[in-house]
Design a protein around this ligand. Structure first.
Ligand SMILES: [Zn+2]
Length: 237
């Protein structure tokens, strides 16, 4: 049997009052959620799933339950490289990684969105388990979080590129630039090229800037002739 065949049970066992809030499929009561290492707020100690006691390191204690670190991780659905030690130890690893990120200006946005992962030492776990062949439930959860963080990072990087372009064009904000360019008769294509925005977002930003634009009217010859006049934006406000 492998860890991937086990799963969390979302309700407490009926009639049991000894503090097991979670169960393994074989009926083993757990004091911490399957697929997660419970960390004590304040001390950073980690919870033994089986007896509910808190430890700076589970390593030696697991023998009393007949487990090795490896069999424990497998049974509890944890990442194979999950450190079974207090958060402070994991955090020192994560802090070193964070410092590396901070030294790289291009990756600061990632640091910001990945802060939560980093704080809990999960970045270290994620990096160490990137090559794992069969992902544990914990790893699957971390991967989803990393994907979300990556999407947020790319969005933040696009925003930085945009802000730099706007400064080069002499504008503080996108709406101001769009209103100006729109009034000057810029085509949707040229706005997209200047800002680096995709069509969907560009239309949305134009809308937000008070320029209710369509591709047709932006590109039309009539509007191109309308240099200098701001009748379109005025009309839209
Ligand atoms: Zn225990």
């Amino acid at each position: 049997m492998t860890g991937t065949e086990t799963g969390p049970v979302g309700h407490p066992p009926r009639g049991h009052t000894h503090g097991h809030l979670w169960l393994l499929p074989d009926g083993t009561g757990l004091h911490a959620p399957y697929g997660q290492l419970a960390v004590e707020a304040g001390t950073g100690r980690v919870c033994c799933h089986l007896c509910g006691r808190w430890y700076v390191s589970l390593g030696g204690h697991l023998r009393t339950h007949g487990h090795t670190a490896e069999s424990y991780r497998r049974t509890m659905g944890l990442c194979r490289s999950r450190p079974l030690v207090a958060e402070a130890l994991s955090r020192s690893i994560a802090t070193r990684q964070s410092a590396a990120y901070r030294r790289s200006p291009a990756l600061r946005a990632r640091l910001a969105v990945g802060q939560q992962l980093s704080k809990s030492g999960q970045l270290a776990t994620l990096a160490a388990t990137a090559q794992t062949a069969s992902p544990s439930p914990e790893l699957a959860r971390l991967r989803r979080a990393a994907l979300d963080a990556g999407r947020a990072t790319r969005a933040a990087q696009r925003d930085q590129v945009l802000a730099r372009r706007l400064r080069e064009l002499g504008f503080d904000d996108l709406a101001g630039y769009l209103r100006h360019a729109y009034c000057a008769g810029a085509s949707l294509r040229s706005l997209a090229k200047a800002t680096g925005l995709g069509w969907v977002r560009l239309r949305r930003e134009l809308e937000a800037a008070g320029c209710s634009a369509t591709g047709a009217d932006l590109g039309s010859e009539a509007l191109r002739r309308d240099h200098g006049g701001c009748t379109r934006a005025a009309k839209a406000r």
